[in-house]
Write a protein that binds this ligand. Structure first.
Ligand code: SAM
Length: 250
């Protein structure tokens, strides 16, 4: 997977590519990370990349000429990449989109806005998809692009130590991950559930299914209701009902 980020703050992005999982993925040649400074494509000697909005109003708007030139330069290097515009008005990013990108995309070019955003004509001519990371407004698209790149990269086979760990991640199959514990067995009187110390993998899996379903039900009822329970989940829910002495019909 080839990531290119178009930004006015390349240092923010290059330092992200130089650390942790990103650096390991790059070293193993499983991903590539590039940065393009939009200012390098400005059309005047003052390196201007923004201007006042037509019609008046506060703030500045990123000019289309330098953005277009930067996008075309990125496309020239990786013609198979999709151009993603970071905007709070875009489709909401989620784990499903991260998985889809990790499995299907060859490359992604992220366009990070600043100021009051970018000239509308870029949206309609050069962008494949507009993506938001949530219903709030940040000062720039850099953090948003890093959030997306990070969540895609950890799903690329070979980047994480084990792909197994990402299979039980929250939001896979619309469920939250089960509760996790590590040493010590007793932390200030709070004990690790005994089944996790038993070495019985079948029982541990059952316990984890139950924990995952319970947490989803309590913390994210919207997710719980989004997907019909599997046969295994129905059994667990019946068990809950019996424990609560609720009459269960077949
Ligand atoms: N005036 C714009 C609006 O209300 O839609 C917001 C512009 S914002 C201050 C500047 C830049 O930050 C945007 O062009 C975008 O690239 C980025 N940005 C801000 N919030 C974002 C979000 N939730 N998701 C993705 N990008 C975001």
């Amino acid at each position: 997977m080839d990531f290119t980020v178009l930004t006015l703050f390349p240092e923010l992005i290059s330092s992200f590519f130089e650390h942790g999982m990103m650096a390991r993925g790059i070293k193993k040649k499983l991903i590539a990370g590039h940065c393009i400074n939009i200012r390098d494509f400005s059309c005047d000697r003052h390196n201007t990349v923004d201007d006042r909005p037509y019609g008046g109003g506060s703030g500045m708007i990123m000019k289309p000429e330098s953005l277009k030139a930067a996008i075309l330069a990125a496309k020239k290097r990786t013609p198979d990449s999709s151009v993603i515009l970071m905007t709070p008005q875009g489709t909401r990013f989620n784990q499903g989109k991260a998985m889809e990108a990790a499995l299907q995309k060859k490359g992604l070019i992220f366009v990070c806005g600043r100021y009051e955003g970018i000239d509308e004509r870029i949206y309609s001519t050069l962008v494949d998809e507009e993506i938001s990371i949530g219903d709030y407004v940040m000062t720039g698209g850099e953090l948003a692009s890093m959030v997306i790149i990070d969540s895609i990269t950890r799903l690329i086979p070979g980047v994480l130590g084990s792909l197994e760990s990402s299979k039980s991640d929250s939001f896979t199959d619309d469920r939250l991950e089960y509760a996790q514990y590590t040493r010590p067995e007793d932390f200030e009187g709070l004990k690790v559930p005994e089944v996790l110390l038993s070495g019985n993998h079948e029982k541990i899996n059952q316990w984890r299914k139950n924990s995952s379903l319970q947490r989803t039900f309590l913390k994210r009822p919207d997710l719980f209701n989004k997907t019909r329970p599997t046969a295994e989940e129905k059994k667990i829910i019946k068990q809950w009902c019996q424990e609560l002495k609720i009459l269960v019909r077949e």
